[in-house]
Structures are given as C-alpha cells and as structure tokens.
Ligand binder design. Structure first.
Ligand code: UDX
Length: 426
C-alpha cells in the first residue's frame, strides 16, 4: 500500500484516484475547483463513467480516498504525486503544459525526499525532462506513466489494461511505480521517458488512422460493390491487424484523438520531420464529415434548403455525455450550412449549452423525427437500434435515413419503406 496524491479530478484524475484506492492505496484526490471537490466529497460524480460512482463511494467509506482543494497539503504526506492535468491544444497544435509546470512550482518546497512525480497527462515528448528540471530537487524523480482510458470504459481500461507503460531514467523509480500496479494482471513496458511520451501519441494516432482507413475502405466498398462488414471481418481476423477499431462511422472525435493527432504532427515538425501521413488522416477525417452530409443531400434529391432533418445522436460516441469535437456536431454544421433545419435527440444531451444554435433539442426520438424529411444516425446509442422504426417511419414526413454508424439492419429498414443509406454495405 502506498500514499498517493492525484492532482486533477477530471476524467483521468478521478478514474485514477478511485481505481488506485480500489487497488488498496491511500489516495488524496486534489483539484482547484472547490465546488467540484465539495460534490466529490458527497460522492457526486460530474462525469458519466460506468462503475466509477461505486468505486468512489467505496473509497470514501473505506477512508482510502479523500478529496481536497489545493496540492500543497496533500503532497507533503505522499510517496507518489500523480499529475492528471489538462494539456489543451494551442493554436499551433502544441499541447499546453502550463498546468503541470504550475503544480510542480507549487509543490517543489513541500514534497518529501524520495517522492516520485508520476505524469499521466498527455504531453509533448521531452516534457518529463522539463518537469524534472523544473522541480529542482535531486531527491525527487519524475516518471512518465501515460493513460489509455477510453471514455465510457475508463474504469475497465484502468483495471484491465493491455499494458502499463512506465518511462523512467532511474530504474529504481520505475520499479517503484510498477509496484503500485502489482495487483493488476498486465505486462509492464519499461522504457525511457521520451519513448513513453511518444507511445501515448503513437497509440492514439494509430487508432485514429485505423478508423479513418476503415471509413475510406467503406467508400471503396460502395464504389466496387463489396460489403464493409464482410471486408472488416476478413481484415480483422489477421492477428497483425485485429478486429477492434474497424467500425465505420461519421469520423473520429472526442477530447483526445483530434488534440493528440495535431500535437504529434506539431511535435514531428518541430523535430524536423513532416508527418504528412497524419496530415492526410486528419484531412480524411474532415472529408468523412462531408461524406455524411452529401449522403443526406443525395437522399433529398440534392437540396437541403428548408428540409427538416432529425439528428439521432450528438455525443462523439455512445456511452458518454461528451460533446467535445463530436463528429455529429461537425456533420450538423455542414447540414445547417446547406440550409437544413435541424432537430436532435441524444439520450445524454438535454441542454443546448454546448450545442450550436442551429440545432433544436428534442426530448424524445419521436419528437426529433416527427414530420422530418430525413433522419441521420450519428451516435451508436443502443436506444436507436432498439427503437420502434415502423412507428418512427409513420411519424416522418417521408421515411429517409442515413445510418452513419451502420447501426441498423439495412434490409429491415428498406422493407419498412425507408430510402436508406449507410457506409459501405451492400
Ligand atoms: C481514446 C483512446 O481510445 C484512449 O485510449 C485514450 O486514452 C483517449 O482517447 P476516447 O477518446 O474515449 O479514447 O474514444 P475512442 O473510444 O477511442 O473513440 C475515438 C473516436 O473514434 C470516437 O469518435 C469513436 O466514435 C471513433 N471510432 C472508434 C470509430 O468511429 N470507429 C471505431 O471502430 C472506434
């Protein structure tokens, strides 16, 4: 059992705190937001993560998880200080590490000798060295320990990871960090810090590339008369490729892929290599948004002006309430620009606060499709797959649907009388 401070109570910090407490460590989760800490102390979780409320509640009841405002008091009694802070994308694509430097400056005088700072934030390659220099303490090490947590599956991904990456110059420090995870059954990849930082960007960029590849392949399947589900079944059975992240969709989004892709391009350019392959993937992703809008246009005989379109799904993927860089919003903007009138239903979105003004929010799927000229499935919510489509078809002015997630059964929808389009299925 170790004493651990986790600085930052966001998606990563909160999941890390609750899971480390679950592993038997004594954890203090720190944030600067007093209201957030007040809510967390009462077990109220501001994010939608399966299993997280239960872990937080258990941690609080077992007194191995507490929440405080401000880092100074917490770190003094900690053997490890995890940094789980935002590293937002700057205009030029670089990740902004100011939050990490600010915390390092705050805790420099109070961390105990032998403390290890463990950086979980996604940072430009070389930041480990920057932080080690900034702490100005020979008796404090900095280790890189990137996270691979998917939103909506963060607890599972933390407790059952494919691997744990530890980037350390000092092998003793690396081994001490590895011990934190000793009850997790997963290989530990010990590397140098720069490689650990690069692994994080490489993973997200490769996954985004895989998604864009399958989206482009779906367009090829449409052109040559092949079926994308059959193709990806054959493709994914190759163990060098694997079946996951081969699901066509409206494009990739979220708070990580876009940011990390631009950051890696920028890191490479700064280092003298033009990562044109990733630039092409970013551009292909933009084209995918356009491709979905064009499919809608085609089903409405080429003219969207004044047409009522029901958007089914706004979040960047199912099982989250996150709208950040959502492909659904990107497609909606393009439809609105072509003159469409938009009404959206998403089971996790009931306020217009983070939604473009062109989109009206419906409280049910029925309200969204009522009198619509066309519907577009943009997020793969199970609720849309199990909806009563015969009823919905009757509510629509005319049953037309673009299934941008290949969520529905093509033949059944056509049998219901839908003019139906999807991605690469025959
Ligand atoms: C991602 C990484 O998976 C995670 O390891 C990292 O720590 C954070 O970034 P997340 O942003 O939650 O996690 O989303 P993810 O589940 O990876 O999906 C990213 C985007 O790709 C979403 O827009 C999703 O809809 C899309 N996607 C994913 C597809 O279109 N098809 C797929 O097969 C998989």
């Amino acid at each position: 059992m170790s004493t651990i401070s986790v600085i930052g109570a966001g998606y990563v910090g909160l999941t890390t705190s609750a899971c480390l407490a679950h592993l038997g460590h004594e954890v203090i989760c720190v944030d600067i937001d007093q209201e957030k800490i007040r809510q967390l102390k009462q077990g109220k979780i501001p994010i939608h993560e399966a299993g997280l409320p239960e872990l937080v509640q258990t941690g609080i009841s077992n007194r191995c998880l507490q929440f405080v405002v401000g880092a100074k008091d917490a770190v003094a009694s900690s053997e490890f200080v995890f940094l789980c802070l935002p590293t937002p994308q700057e205009e030029d694509g670089r990740a902004d590490v100011d939050a990490l430097l600010s915390v390092v400056n705050q805790i420099r005088e109070v961390v105990s000798p032998g403390t290890i700072i463990v950086n979980k934030s996604t940072v430009p390659v070389g930041t480990n060295t920057t932080l080690a220099t900034a702490i100005r303490r020979d008796d404090v090490s900095v280790v890189s320990n990137p996270e691979f947590l998917r939103e909506g599956a963060a607890v599972t991904d933390f407790l059952q990871p494919d691997r744990i990456v530890i980037g350390a110059n000092d092998s003793k420090a690396g081994d001490r960090v590895a011990q934190i995870y000793e009850s997790i059954d997963a290989p530990i990849v010990h590397v140098d810090p720069a490689s650990a930082e690069t692994i994080k960007y490489a993973t997200n960029s490769f996954l985004a590339t895989k998604v864009s590849f399958v989206n482009a392949l779906a367009a090829v399947c449409e052109a040559v008369g092949a079926d994308i589900d059959a193709v990806t079944a054959g493709l994914g059975s190759d163990t060098r490729i694997g079946p996951r992240f081969l699901q066509p969709g409206p494009g990739w989004g979220g708070s990580c892929f876009p940011k990390d892709m631009h950051a890696l391009v920028r890191i490479a350019t700064d280092a003298g290599y033009e990562f044109d392959l990733l630039r092409a993937v970013i551009s292909a992703n933009e084209q995918q948004f356009e491709r979905i809008a064009t499919k809608a246009e085609r089903l409405l005989e080429g003219d969207l002006a004044g047409q009522n379109i029901a958007l089914l799904g706004l979040t960047f993927k199912a099982h989250t309430d996150d709208l950040r860089n959502s492909p659904a919003i990107e497609v909606a903007r393009r439809l609105a620009k072509k003159g469409a009138i938009l009404r959206a239903y998403d089971p996790m979105v009931n306020s217009t606060s983070d939604i473009p003004s062109e989109i009206e929010i419906a409280t049910t799927i029925e309200n969204a499709v009522n009198q619509a000229d066309l519907a577009v499935v943009l997020t793969e919510w199970p609720e849309f797959a199990s909806a009563d489509w015969p009823v919905l078809a009757d509510l629509m002015k005319s049953p037309r649907l673009v299934d941008a997630r290949n969520l529905l059964d093509r033949d059944s929808m056509i049998e219901l009388g839908f003019r139906y389009d999807d991605l690469g299925r025959t």
